[in-house]
Design a protein around this ligand. Structure first.
Ligand SMILES: [Zn+2]
Length: 351
């Protein structure tokens, strides 16, 4: 073998060894990478379990690990759910507290709407007629009714004007929601007896008082306020005159002695006595007003008083233009009325 050939063979051998070495190194590298990947993955699994159950780490078959991982996840999910649940409860609790607070606030607001008897109430009511003030008490008797009361409430809301509703107990029982609406809107709920049947209510003083009380109970139930008492009665047909004049006078005194004032009106649309169109009713009010500037206007929100709502709209427009102030009987039975109306949105702008 020539020296040259031997050199070639040695070179080939060297090159093969080099190739083999490279392949070997690649294999080593590969194995190392695989080993470390498994190691990292394994350590990850171990570390996942380390807080869960140390003793189980010793038996670290993959199945067990998987079970543990799954258990761990389950527990952590449960924990999450429990946390979420607790969070919900806390949130619900704080919501409840919020609602409770709001309810208390609403209650406070409405408790402010409780009429309060004052020793001057009867005099104050009498003085309305003679006052120089340009003021209007819009009053509605014989309701509420599904047909008319909602229309009137809507107009009062649109016009931002307070009113007084002399409700009939039997109508309150039929339409408690409407009474609640009237009350919550800041209108004054007053008492007009239960039956409106003269022969019945005026058969004795006791019956007048009973109808007052019965209606008062109906109002309480309707508005959801056990403490409500309006202290204000309007005798059906008025507090004097007619065949029951004497009994009415005695009943009026009896009620006054028991902190119940009464009021009639000094202006009326005659919507209960044959004025069936808006123009007739409006003209009736202007006519009966005469020279008076301080008015308690009698109207009705019974189911057949179809022209009354639009008459109310016209009257409000007229008295606004004339610079009148609209009031209700909270002005008598709650001297802090200006504070109350702050809680009642649409009355707010009046004062
Ligand atoms: Zn009436």
């Amino acid at each position: 073998m020539s020296k040259e050939l031997m050199n070639v063979k040695r070179d080939n051998l060297k090159s093969k060894i080099k190739d083999l070495f490279i392949v070997f190194m690649i294999i080593i590298l590969g194995v190392t990478i695989i080993f470390f990947s498994f190691k990292i993955s394994y350590e990850k699994r171990i570390s996942k379990n380390v807080n869960y159950d140390q003793s189980n780490l010793e038996n670290n078959s993959i199945i067990k690990e998987d079970i543990q991982v799954s258990k761990q996840n389950q527990i952590s999910n449960n924990a999450k759910e429990e946390n979420a649940y607790e969070k919900n409860i806390t949130e619900e609790k704080s919501d409840d507290e919020k609602i409770e607070k709001e309810e208390t606030k609403v209650e406070d607001d409405f408790n402010q709407l409780l009429p309060e008897w004052t020793d001057t109430a009867i005099e104050d009511i009498k003085n309305i007629y003679g006052s120089d003030e340009k003021q209007v008490y819009l009053t509605f008797d014989d309701g509420p009714s599904k047909e008319i009361t909602p229309q009137i409430l809507k107009i009062l809301e649109e016009e931002q004007v307070p009113a007084t509703f002399f409700v009939l107990g039997k109508c309150v029982d039929n339409n408690p929601d409407l009474v609640k609406q009237e009350y919550e809107a800041g209108h004054f709920i007053a008492n007009h007896g239960y039956t409106h049947t003269y022969s019945q209510i005026y058969s004795s003083i006791d019956n007048v008082v009973n109808e007052y009380n019965q209606t008062n109970e109906s109002i309480k139930k309707a508005i959801g306020n056990e403490n409500y008492d309006c202290h204000l009665f309007r005798f059906p047909g008025g507090s004097s005159g007619g065949p029951y004049d004497s009994l009415k006078a005695q009943a009026k005194q009896y009620l006054a002695d028991n902190q119940v004032a009464s009021t009639n009106w000094n202006c009326l649309t005659s919507d209960a006595a044959g004025n069936y169109t808006v123009q007739e009713q409006y003209a009736g009010a202007i006519e009966t007003q005469g020279n008076k500037t301080s008015l308690i206007i009698l109207m009705h929100d019974a189911s057949d008083k179809r022209a009354t709502p639009e008459t109310v709209r016209l009257l409000i427009k007229h008295y606004k233009e004339e610079g009148y102030v609209f009031k209700n009987f909270y002005d008598i039975f709650k001297k802090t009325n200006t504070e109350i109306v702050e809680n009642v949105e649409y009355v707010k702008d009046i004062n």
